[in-house]
Design a protein around this ligand. Structure first.
Ligand code: HEC
Ligand code: HEC
Length: 149
């Protein structure tokens, strides 16, 4: 019995080593199934540089989806627990539930507060770009058949 346990332990130890030896081929890295080195000079792309005052908003992917960020955010980063530029414009508890004014920052919805009355943000959501992502004009890396309707 002892011998069997020892053999199993040795096998368990040698397994990860065997997997690491094989490694990943270039074709297995990334989403596309070709070598990552096939295009040494990939096309550059830029996120929107639009100012919030003129950006307008983007169509929602589906009801309940986090709206995508229509304006530049590079100058507003990083977002930390204690320093968050996004809330300077979007945290407007007195606007919750009221009709949105075009061109004004969309007010954070009630779901983003622990208490709207006390203007207390839900800190579980402090990292806005975990869910709200800026967009760049690029082709999809993989196809998909999602239909917004
Ligand atoms: C200077 C003020 C300002 C700052 C700072 C700001 N925003 Fe905005 N944001 C706006 C305005 C204004 C709009 C809406 C424009 C409109 O309705 O025409 C907007 C729109 C949005 C929308 C789309 C809302 C919708 O209704 O579709 C999201 C999401 C958003 N911002 C996220 C962010 C995040 C994340 C940050 C921080 C990285 C941020 N914003 C910082 C002013 C700001
Ligand atoms: C865990 C994901 C998540 C995080 C983090 C998050 N949001 Fe949202 N947000 C959502 C979802 C989902 C919606 C749409 C549904 C809803 O209203 O709750 C939304 C809606 C919004 C809206 C549109 C409200 C409306 O009336 O249409 C704005 C503006 C917004 N969020 C801004 C922010 C900002 C700014 C932060 C950072 C302080 C943030 N969100 C953090 C998921 C998130």
């Amino acid at each position: 019995m002892k011998k069997l346990v020892l053999t199993l332990a040795v096998m368990a130890l040698s397994l990860p080593a065997a997997a690491a030896d094989k490694g990943l081929t270039e074709e297995q890295m990334g989403l596309s199934r070709t070598s990552v080195n096939i295009d040494p000079d990939p096309a550059t792309f830029e996120y929107s540089q639009a100012d919030p005052s003129t950006s307008g908003v983007l169509p929602r992917a589906y009801p309940g989806a986090p709206p995508m960020v229509p304006h530049m955010i590079a100058d507003l980063l990083p977002i930390t627990r204690d320093s968050n530029n996004c809330v300077a414009c979007h945290q407007q508890p007195d606007q919750v539930g009221k009709k949105k004014v075009k061109g004004d920052p969309t007010p954070l919805p009630a779901s983003h507060y622990t208490s709207v009355k006390n203007n207390a943000l839900n800190m579980g959501r402090y990292n806005c770009i975990q869910c709200h992502t800026p967009q760049a004009n690029v082709n999809n890396l993989v196809g998909n058949t999602f239909n917004r309707k």
